[in-house]
Design a protein around this ligand. Structure first.
Ligand code: NDP
Ligand code: MG
Length: 389
C-alpha cells in the first residue's frame, strides 16, 4: 500500500491523479492533499479520500474549512505545510502538481526526502534544474515525469544508463495549440477564453495559455534537458495536431520509438503511480482506425517566437531559464487579467531576457532572487507594453 501526497490536488492534474487512485483502493491510500483558491473542491476531496492532512494557503483558509472536513484530518498552512507533507514518512509517493514557481520548494522537499516524485510541476525544474537534480540524487528520490511528453520519452528510453549511448535524439511532440492555423494578424486580439480552449487537452489556465504560445513546449524542452541529461541541440520539436504520439526517441540505427495513447493525463499518471508495473487508468482504448490520420509538421518560428526564446534560454543555462519562466508567469497572468495582449506575452519575455545578465545560481535563495528580479523587469515591461504598443 503506497501513501500518496498530492500537492495541488484541486487542479486538473490533481483531479486526474485522484481519479486513478480511486480505481485502486487496494494499492494507494491518500495521505495528504493541498488546495489554494478552490477550497470547496478540497473539502469535497477530503470527505471522499479522508487524508491524514490537508494544506491550505493561510490561517483564514484553515478556519474556513476546519468544520467541513473529517475531524481526523489535520490542517497545515502555507509553503512550510506543503514542505512538511512532501517529506512526511507516511507518504512514499508525492505528486507535484502545483502550477508555477509556487511548486518549487515543496517539490524540492520531496526530492530531498527521497520520495517517489511524480513531477507535473515543470516550472520547478525549469527554474532550478541543476539544484533540483542534485536534490533528487542526494535524497535518493525516484523522479518519474508526469508531463505526457516526458513520460513518453521515459517509456521509450532504455532503462539502463549504459544502453543510452545508442540514443541520438529526443523528439517532443506538441499539438500546436488553439492558434496553430490562426491568421497572424488575428493573434493580437485573441481572448483568454480562446487561448484556454485547447483542441486536445483539458488543463489549467496557465498551461493552456502556454500551449497557445507554445512556451509550454519551450519549458518542456528545458525540462527534458534536465530529466534526461541531454543538451537542447539533441532535442527536436514537432507539431502533431492529434496529440496521439506523445513523444519519440531516435536511436543510432535509425529506429524511432514512440509512445501513443489517447490525450488523457490519467495514462501518464497511472504509469508513474504503478511504475514499473502497469495498472488500469480508466482511459479509453486507442482506436487508430477511427483516428485514421496522424499528421506532423515543423513549428513556424514566426508564429511561435516563444520557442526561440526558450531554446536560447536552454542553451545559455545558469539562471536564464529561471528568468524566462518568471517573466512568462507574469506575462501570462497579465494576459489572463486583460492587461496584456496575447502577442505581448513573448514580447515581454524577450524584453526581460534582453536586459538579463546571467549568473549560475548556487542556492535556492539565488534562484528565488533571480525569479524576483525577472518578475520586476516583467512587470515594468508589461506597463511599457501597454503604453507603447
Ligand atoms: P491547475 O491550475 O488546474 O492546478 C494548479 C494547482 O496548484 C491547484 O491545485 C491550485 O490550487 C494549486 N496552486 C495554484 N497556485 C498555488 C500557490 N501559489 N500555492 C500553492 N498551490 C497553488 O493546473 P494544472 O493541474 O493544469 O497544472 C499543474 C502543473 O502540471 C503545472 O505545472 C503544469 O504545467 C503541469 N502539467 C499539467 C498538465 C495538464 O494536463 N493539466 C499536463 C502536463 C503538465 P487551487 O486550484 O485550489 O487554486
Ligand atoms: Mg506536456
Amino acid at each position: 500500500m503506497r501513501g500518496v501526497a498530492i500537492l495541488g490536488s484541486t487542479g486538473s492534474i490533481g483531479a486526474s491523479a485522484l481519479a486513478v487512485i480511486a480505481r485502486h483502493p487496494e494499492r494507494f491510500r491518500v495521505f495528504a492533499l493541498s488546495g489554494h483558491s478552490r477550497l470547496d473542491v478540497l473539502i469535497e476531496q477530503s470527505r471522499q479520500f479522508r487524508p491524514a492532512a490537508v494544506v491550505v494557503p493561510d490561517a483564514a483558509a484553515a478556519q474556513q474549512i476546519a468544520a467541513r472536513i473529517p475531524a481526523a484530518t489535520r490542517v497545515l498552512v502555507g509553503t512550510s505545510g506543503l514542505e512538511e507533507i512532501a517529506a512526511d514518512d507516511r507518504a512514499d509517493t508525492v505528486v507535484a502538481a502545483i502550477v508555477g514557481a509556487a511548486g518549487l520548494l515543496p517539490s524540492l522537499a520531496a526530492a530531498r526526502a527521497g520520495k517517489r516524485l511524480l513531477l507535473a510541476n515543470k516550472e520547478a525544474l525549469v527554474m532550478a534544474g541543476r539544484l533540483f537534480m542534485a536534490a533528487v540524487a542526494a535524497g535518493g528520490a525516484t523522479l518519474l515525469p508526469l508531463d505526457s511528453e516526458h513520460n513518453a520519452i521515459f517509456q521509450c528510453l532504455p532503462e539502463r544508463a549504459r544502453e543510452r549511448a545508442g540514443v541520438c535524439r529526443l523528439v517532443l511532440s506538441g499539438s500546436g495549440g488553439p492558434f496553430r492555423t490562426l491568421a497572424p494578424e488575428r493573434f493580437a486580439t485573441v481572448t483568454p477564453e480562446q487561448a484556454c480552449a485547447h483542441p486536445t487537452w483539458r488543463m489549467g489556465r496557465k498551461i493552456s495559455v502556454d500551449s497557445a504560445t507554445m512556451m509550454n513546449k519551450g519549458l518542456e524542452l528545458i525540462e527534458a534537458c534536465w530529466l534526461f541529461g541531454v543538451g537542447e541541440e539533441r532535442i527536436d520539436i514537432v507539431i502533431h495536431p492529434q496529440s496521439i504520439v506523445h513523444s519519440l526517441v531516435e536511436y543510432a540505427d535509425g529506429s524511432v520509438l514512440a509512445q501513443l495513447g489517447n490525450p488523457d493525463m490519467r495514462t501518464p499518471i497511472a504509469h508513474a503511480l504503478a511504475w514499473p508495473e502497469r495498472i488500469d487508468s480508466g482511459v479509453a482504448r486507442l482506436n487508430l482506425a477511427e483516428i485514421a490520420r496522424l499528421e506532423f509538421a515543423a513549428p513556424d518560428p514566426q508564429r511561435f517566437p516563444a520557442l526561440r526564446l526558450a531554446r536560447a534560454a536552454a542553451a545559455a543555462g545558469g539562471d536564464v531559464p529561471a528568468a524566462l519562466n518568471a517573466a512568462n508567469e507574469e506575462a501570462v497572468a497579465a494576459f489572463l487579467a486583460g492587461a496584456l495582449p496575447f502577442t505581448g506575452i513573448a514580447a515581454v519575455v524577450e524584453r526581460v531576457l534582453e536586459r538579463w545578465s546571467a549568473a549560475e545560481p548556487h542556492s535556492v535563495e539565488a534562484v528565488q532572487a533571480s525569479d524576483a528580479r525577472a518578475r520586476r523587469l516583467a512587470v515594468a515591461a508589461i506597463r511599457r507594453y501597454a503604453v507603447e504598443d
